[in-house]
Every structure is written in C-alpha cells, then in structure tokens.
Design a protein around this ligand. Structure first.
Ligand code: ADP
Ligand code: MG
Length: 628
C-alpha cells in the first residue's frame, strides 16, 4: 500500500480564491478595513499591556479614491509589518496573523475585538484589482517595506521610504470594476459594512454648519466649516452595558440603524452573554402590521462590529425575524451553509437564548406596567402569537403574558378569562366554550346576540389565529373555541333555554320541505330553530371545524396538504318564531313563496358578506323594483 501527501499547487488554487472565495465582490473593502482595524487594535493592545512604548494616540483609518490614477487607498496607523512579517503573513496564503496574535496573547487579548480569522481576507483585493501594493512600516524600529503583486503568484518585496507607522494598501482597480472608483459607491459600502466598526474611518471631508452664537442677529448667516467625513460610530449602543444606557440612548440608536424609519420602537431587549457563547445585541419591537413577510429581514448580524448580513435565518427563531436591531457574535460559523447552521449546537443555544430573553422581557413588561402592555398588545400580538404557535418553550412562557382582548376592549390572560366564563359558558359535555369574533363589523349581529346572553366575546383577528386556537385546544383540557357566527354557538345557547316553537310538527316539516325545494342542497343545510321573534328570521352559520380548516389552509399550516379544496358549506338556520317565516309558510302560490325565500336568503347572505358580484347586482336591482 502506498501513502502520500496530496500536493496542492498554489498556482492552481490562487485564481480560484480570487474568483470564488467570496460571491460578492464588494466585500473586499470590508476585508481591507477589517485588517486595518485589526492592525490598530493590535497596537492598542500592545501599548495597553506595556509591550511597546510607542504612542497609541488617536488613530484613524483613511480611505481615498484616486479616480485619475484608478487607485483606491486604505491607510491605517496600526502595527504595520516588517519585511519578514510581510513574507510570513502576506505571502503565505491562508496563514492568519490575526489567529496567531490571539494565540500568542491568549488570555489578555480575548476581548480585544480582533476580527481576522482565516488568513484569506487580504486576497479578496484581487477580485477588483489587477495589481496590489502594500507599503508598510512596523511599530518596531525597522525600515518600511514595499510589496507589489500583479495577481499572480509572483511578487516583489523591496524597501520604502515611508516614515509614519502603519500600512497603506493600494489597489489598482480593474477596468470592469471601476464602480469602486466612484465616491458614492465607496461611501455606500462603508456605511453598509463599517458603520459601527471600532476605529474611526475617514472618507474625504464634508461641510458642517456651525451653530449660531446665542446673541447673533436674526439675519445672521450660519457659518460652515470643512471637517473630516467620519463614517462610523465606533461605540454603538450594543457594545455598552445596559446600566450605562437610558431609554433615549436606545431610541437614538434605533434611528441610527434605521434612518428612514420615523416610527419609534415600542421597546427593546438588550442581549448580553459571554458564556457558553459570546453574543451581544439589541432587539427592538417595532409596531407590527398583519403582513409578516414585509417586515422580515430587518435584523442585522455583525461579527466584532463588522456587518455581515441581514439574513438571520437559522440564528434567530423565525418568529423573531419580525423584530429589528442588531446581533453581534463572533461565535456564529458563517462560512457554512444555512441548513448546516441550523443543526449547529452553538447556534441552537443562541437561538433558544434569544427566545428566552424575549419571553422574559415581555413578562416583566406585563408585570411592571400592565396597562401599558395592554395598549401595546395589538402592535405586538402577531409576534407573540406566532411564537406561541411555533416554539413550545415560548408557548409555555407566554401563558403568563399573552392577552385575550374582548370586543369591548377588556384584556384577560387565559387564566383570568377562564375564571370569568366558567359559570356561564359551558356546553353539554362540560367544555368551556370560548367565543370569539374575527371582525367586529362583519360579525356584528352575532356579537350582539352573544352579548345579550352576557357571553364574553373575544376579538381575535390575527391571520394565524386559527392555527393557534387549534394548538390551544390540543394543549388545554376541556376548552373549545367557537366563533360567534359558527353553528356551535347553538350548543351553548340551547343549553340555557330551550325555546318553544310556535309551529306544529306538521307545519315544521312542510316549512323544511319548502325551503329545501328552493335552496341548493350542496351549499346549505336547513335547520329549524325556535328563537325570539325579534331575532333574525334567517341566519347563516358555518361549521366551526370546516371554517377553521379552510382558514388554516389559506394561511399555510403544516400537514394541511392533501385536503384539496374544501367546499363551502353553511347552515341556514330558520327561526320558526319569526313572523316572516310564518308568512312564507302560509304563502299559497309556489312562485311567490320561492321569491320570498330567495330574497330572504339573499338578505341573510348580505349580512354575512356572502353576497357578491352578479348576485349582488341582481339583488339590488330586484330590491329597487320592489320598492318602486
Ligand atoms: P486574517 O485577517 O484572517 O488574519 P488576511 O488575509 O485578511 O487574514 O490577512 C493576513 C495577515 O496579513 C493578517 O493576519 C495580518 O497579519 C497581515 N495584515 C493584513 N493587513 C494588514 C495591515 N493593514 N496592517 C498590518 N498587518 C496586516
Ligand atoms: Mg483579515
């Protein structure tokens, strides 16, 4: 048997790195600025621990565009490199000086914020440049070095007369990448990726209006001054301790994150752990709308203050992707595919930590100021209900703060609700019947009828509510949810008062036949009920089960496939005690009776919003004819 060593030749790998390592060419700038930041943070660390007595000062990183020379410069005042270091760190692809530094200063440097990791970032420069120069002077007392490479495995390394400490990277931009010589484009990239990096980044200058002195005359003109255009806020709120921040600081950070967003967030959650993983961040609850999809992808993911992505899928539980804010963790392995990410142990822990933190915050808001929490409920319920539906842990915790508002704007926890209705709202099997409406206007008459019986009617109008009710019925014992316009309300009503019908059994039979002759069987089941004479003559109800299944199909529930398109089925409840019904029964001519039934049915459909299109047009025309 032969064993050996696979020989990877740099000549072959190099073009691959340049072309395929990063799918997005624009990230080269992020990588170069990360390196410049690392170099500066290293110097800070070395001066902090007293390894060198050079002055740290107030270093900045400067980005310069030289449009004519077709060059882009990134200049830092960090540690720099000696010639030997260039040989070691630059010429050896996939050898990370950042890793080495962290290894060497293991204990003291673990919180230094060093970004680099794989030793590949620098080469991303060749995605947009055909020639790259490094001019660098180390903080150690050695002459500066000048490295030039034209995108092959050949390079030159000579001396330079650079006097100041630090590194200048010069990219000779490819012809097809000239967008990176546009100031607007560079400004845009810097804001996107580097807005919160820890070392100030200068890009050109800008005019700043000076404030007028207090005693200035009214027509005095404000003076302007040319100042450095600093891109970033090196100390964003999430890197600070919650105890050092006030509510207004959180709000102004929100505006920094979303300058186009005029609405204030409802509240925030400050994330801060360092064991068993490292994660900081601030999440905000904005006012939610019903449409879940448009508000996704607003959370930004950072690693050591470098922007990575706004796709936090797999890291943040799905129901929380509707929130906004920032998560910063060096522990999220981003070089793997998203599906792998979801299986990663550390990432799972991160996700459940975030869920727990959010639940805890909601609970404390509820406990500390219930009135305020009730007021915000409508704006946040969609997240909470979605969370209860999709995460069992969250479902459990939410029992303490999830609210069930009534049509009259009372807010109950489920426990409180049970207490309220336990004497008045049970069916014959001893189940507690929770009545709810999904639309106050559309179900107005049903709501009124239920209120007349002193029933509590909840107003539950989220798009996913039928899924959640289904889940709750499964989890809780002896609870059923019944919409006010569903046929099961009868179970509840019949229990307390069995009304006596004015019609004889014979008459009832005839009435039923009369109706069934006219009304399509495959759509309506005719039911006779003895109700109050001033209740509606005809009432359309829908089987609770059927309606809910339909809703769940529409809002996409798991396991609902294969049910096909369920037919529309309704109950037509005929009130045998209503004078109109007696009239119909006693109408002699068949033609006239049919007309009466059809018109009454249309009226009942109209009150349920079921009369539409051509049928509605015909109905209106017929009604006008009758009035005239
Ligand atoms: P990484 O940052 O992951 O270590 P890079 O390919 O981005 O890998 O950089 C390789 C190494 O080159 C760095 O670790 C660092 O030692 C050195 N280097 C790159 N840019 C600079 C710079 N601006 N100043 C000093 N050293 C640098
Ligand atoms: Mg790097």
């Amino acid at each position: 048997m032969a064993t050996g060593k696979i020989n990877v030749s740099v000549e072959n790998i190099f073009p691959l790195i340049k072309k395929f390592l990063y799918s997005d060419h624009e990230i080269f700038l992020r990588e170069l600025i990360s390196n410049a930041t690392d170099a500066t943070l290293k110097l800070k660390h070395l001066t902090d621990i007293g390894e060198t007595d050079v002055k740290y000062g107030n270093p900045v990183i400067e980005v310069k565009v030289d449009k004519e020379g077709k060059k882009l410069h990134v200049i830092d005042q960090g540690v720099g490199m000696t010639k030997e270091e260039v040989e070691k760190y630059i010429n050896e692809v996939a050898f990370s000086g950042a890793e080495e530094f962290l290894e060497k200063y293991k204990d003291s440097a673990k919180d230094s914020g060093i970004i680099g990791h794989f030793g590949l970032g620098f080469y991303s420069a060749f995605m947009v440049a055909n020639k790259v120069e490094i001019i660098t002077k180390s903080y150690k007392d050695e002459p500066a070095a000048h490295w030039v490479c034209e995108g092959t495995t050949e390079f030159t390394l000579g001396d330079s007369d650079k006097q100041e400490r630090g590194t200048e990277i010069i990219l000779h931009i490819n012809e097809e990448d000239e967008e990176f010589l546009e100031e607007n484009r560079i400004q845009e990239l810097l804001v996107k990726y580097n807005k919160f990096m820890p070392i100030p980044i200068k890009f050109g200058t800008k005019e700043e209006t000076l404030p007028l002195p207090e005693d200035a005359p009214e027509d005095a003109e404000a003076e302007t001054k040319t100042v450095d255009n600093i891109i970033n806020n090196p100390e964003p709120a999430w890197t600070k301790q919650p105890t050092d921040l006030e509510d207004k600081d959180y709000k102004s950070f929100y505006r920094e994150l979303y300058p186009m967003q005029f609405e204030e967030p409802l509240f925030h959650i400050h994330l801060n752990v360092d064991y068993p993983f490292n994660l900081t961040g601030i999440l905000y609850f904005p006012k939610m709308t019903q449409d879940m999809n448009i508000q996704k992808d607003k959370i930004q993911l950072y690693q050591n203050q470098v922007y990575v992505t706004d796709n936090v899928e797999g890291i943040v539980p799905e129901f929380l992707t509707m929130l906004r804010g920032v998560i910063d963790s060096p522990d999220i392995p981003l070089n793997v595919s998203r599906s792998y990410l979801q299986a990663d142990g550390a990432v799972k822990k991160i996700s459940s930590y975030i869920t727990r933190k959010v639940a805890d915050k909601l609970k404390s808001l509820f406990n500390n100021n219930r009135e305020d929490f009730e007021q915000k409920w409508n704006d946040i319920k969609i997240v909470i209900e979605y969370g209860m539906l999709s995460e069992d842990k969250f479902y459990e915790k939410a029992q303490k703060f999830a609210l069930y508002p009534t049509v009259e704007n009372e807010y109950f926890t489920f426990e409180e609700l049970q207490e309220k209705i336990k004497d008045n709202q049970t069916d014959k099997d001893g189940n507690l019947v929770v009545l709810y409406a999904s639309n106050k206007d559309e179900q107005h008459s049903y709501i009124e009828a239920a209120k007349a019986k002193a029933y509590k009617v909840l107003l539950l109008d989220s798009p996913i509510i039928s899924h959640l009710l289904q889940k709750m019925e499964g989890e809780k014992e002896k609870i059923t949810f019944v919409r006010v316009d569903s046929d099961q309300v009868d179970n509840l009503i019949k229990k307390d008062e069995e009304k006596i019908s004015k019609l004889s059994e014979e008459e009832k039979e005839k009435l039923k036949e009369d109706f069934e002759k006219v009304i399509p069987k495959e759509k309506y089941t005719v039911q006779l009920e003895a109700m109050d004479s001033d209740a509606a003559p005809l009432l359309i109800t829908q089987p609770e089960f059927m309606r809910r299944m339909k809703e769940m199909q529409q809002t996409g529930g798991g396991g609902m496939f294969g049910m096909g398109n369920m037919p529309e089925m309704y109950n037509l409840v005929v009130n045998t005690n209503h004078p109109l019904i007696s009239d119909i029964l006693n109408t002699k001519t068949e033609k006239k009776q049919e007309r009466l039934i059809k018109h009454s049915l249309d009226l009942a459909r109209l009150s349920q919003n079921l009369l539409k299109g051509e049928e509605l047009t015909n109905f209106v025309k017929r009604s006008f004819d009758m009035v005239k």
